[in-house]
Design a protein around this ligand. Structure first.
Ligand code: NAD
Ligand code: ZN
Length: 389
């Protein structure tokens, strides 16, 4: 089959690779019908995630048709149309039982590396380096999925691939980030980053009762899209963000602030990733993370900072004094996708949110290397690329 593979920093290519096989009786093979490129993939492209190996298949946002199941798979059948949540749940451990599937205890077969860096290993993730399990990803024609009964989510009749594809990650991610904002009716929420995650964060904040949302970015198409979701906007290259946020909130600051940026893919960023982790393929420069720092500084006293943006190693210059003395709450995490699937599917069916609106590029798998570049540099007005393998 064809698949998109990582070949080193800033190098991905479509290659012919062996078809995936059922390895465990709980596995299922999915013929991928749609897959997307995520801001998190850019961290792999940029070499910020340790333990990538030449030839690893990328992709954690994918869906398709089940074509083969292991002999212990009961709930999922050949022919089912499914979306595949990016974090892998075993369905049985304490975390899965408590609906915190991105923290699953059993789905990461390489926990040691993550434990060195983070103290505990989070769940396995498709196409996301060996620190999260080394699973082959879904930017491919076929993918092996594991613990199929606990993970594969059947698509209700009548919904198109494009309507449900983002249930795999970014729609629940925006929603969980908004939930983390602890929104009280009428609150003002500021969102740093109007990429796909920030945009779904905006839409979700309104669904959860925000009165106003203020989006901050520098790309006109993204700011425009944010406005179309009902947000007010600040261009951080043209305006003084901190001052503007104060002005727009009567001097107090937003009630909650989201960092939907994470490791910037083309910023001038900060650094000091753990030396302990020798597999780190690139050392972060020393000014990151702008957005997290700005979020902490801009949030009103007693407010909440929600961080869907992905971080990996260590970051310095975090204003921990502001954090403590303003009495802020910080909420973050890889998204517990499974928890939100029914809620968000209902919102899609009812038309409360139209996830397809953010798609700017519909391409084939062969176009993926180009798609990575336009998405990374936000060229051609790129907001979200969907690939048809
Ligand atoms: P993206 O790269 O398309 O969007 C990031 C946006 O942030 C860009 O529009 C960029 O211009 C903007 N930006 C950069 N620096 C900024 C700054 N200082 N202030 C304001 N805006 C700034 O990526 P995306 O797909 O939207 O993903 C965003 C983040 O969410 C990434 O870090 C990604 O890894 C993370 N993510 C997390 C989860 C999770 O489970 N927590 C899931 C998916 C994605
Ligand atoms: Zn993603």
């Amino acid at each position: 089959m064809k698949a998109l593979v990582w070949q080193g920093i800033n190098r991905v290519a479509v290659e012919q690779v062996p078809d995936p096989q059922i390895l465990q009786p709980t596995d299922a093979i999915v013929r991928v019908t749609k897959t997307a490129i995520c801001g998190s993939d850019l961290h792999l492209l940029d070499g910020y995630v340790p333990s990538m190996v030449h030839g690893d298949i990328l992709g954690h946002e994918f869906m398709g048709e089940v074509v083969e199941v292991g002999h212990e798979v009961r709930r999922v059948k050949v022919g089912d149309r499914v979306i595949v949540p990016f974090p892998i749940a075993c369905g049985k451990c304490w975390y899965c039982q408590h609906n915190m599937t991105s923290l699953c205890d059993n789905s990461n077969p390489n926990p040691k590396l993550a434990e060195t860096m983070w103290g505990h290993a989070p769940a396995g993730i498709y196409g996301y380096s060996h620190i999260t399990g080394g699973y082959a990803g879904g930017q491919a024609q076929f993918a092996r999925t594991v613990y199929a009964d606990a993970n594969l989510y059947k698509v209700p009749e009548g919904l198109t691939d494009e309507q449900v594809l983002f249930l795999t990650d970014i729609l629940p991610t925006g929603y969980m980030a908004a939930e983390h904002c602890n929104i009280q009716g009428g609150d003002v929420v500021a969102v740093f980053g109007a990429g796909p995650v920030g945009l779904f964060g905006i839409a979700s904040a309104f669904l959860l009762g925000a009165g106003r949302v203020i989006a901050i970015d520098r790309f006109p198409e993204r700011l425009e899209m944010a406005r179309s979701y009902g947000a007010e906007t600040i261009d951080y290259e043209k305006e003084e963000v901190f001052e503007r946020l104060k002005e727009m909130t009567g001097g107090r600051g937003p009630d909650s602030v989201m960092d939907a940026v994470g490791l910037e893919s083309h910023g001038t960023g900060l650094g000091g990733i753990a030396d302990a982790v020798k597999q780190t393929t690139r050392v972060l420069e020393s000014e990151r993370p702008h957005a997290l720092r700005a979020a902490i500084m801009a949030c009103r006293k007693g407010g909440t900072v929600s961080v869907p943006g992905v971080y990996g190693g260590l970051a310095d210059k975090i204003p921990v004094g502001a954090f403590m003395n303003k009495g802020l709450t910080l909420k973050t995490g890889q998204t517990h996708v499974h928890r939100y699937l029914d809620i968000l599917t209902n919102h899609i069916v009812k038309g409360d949110v139209d996830p397809t609106r953010i798609i700017t590029h519909r391409l084939t798998l062969d176009d993926a290397p180009h798609a990575y570049q336009i998405f990374k540099h936000k060229h051609e007005g790129c907001i979200k690329c969907v690939l048809d393998p």
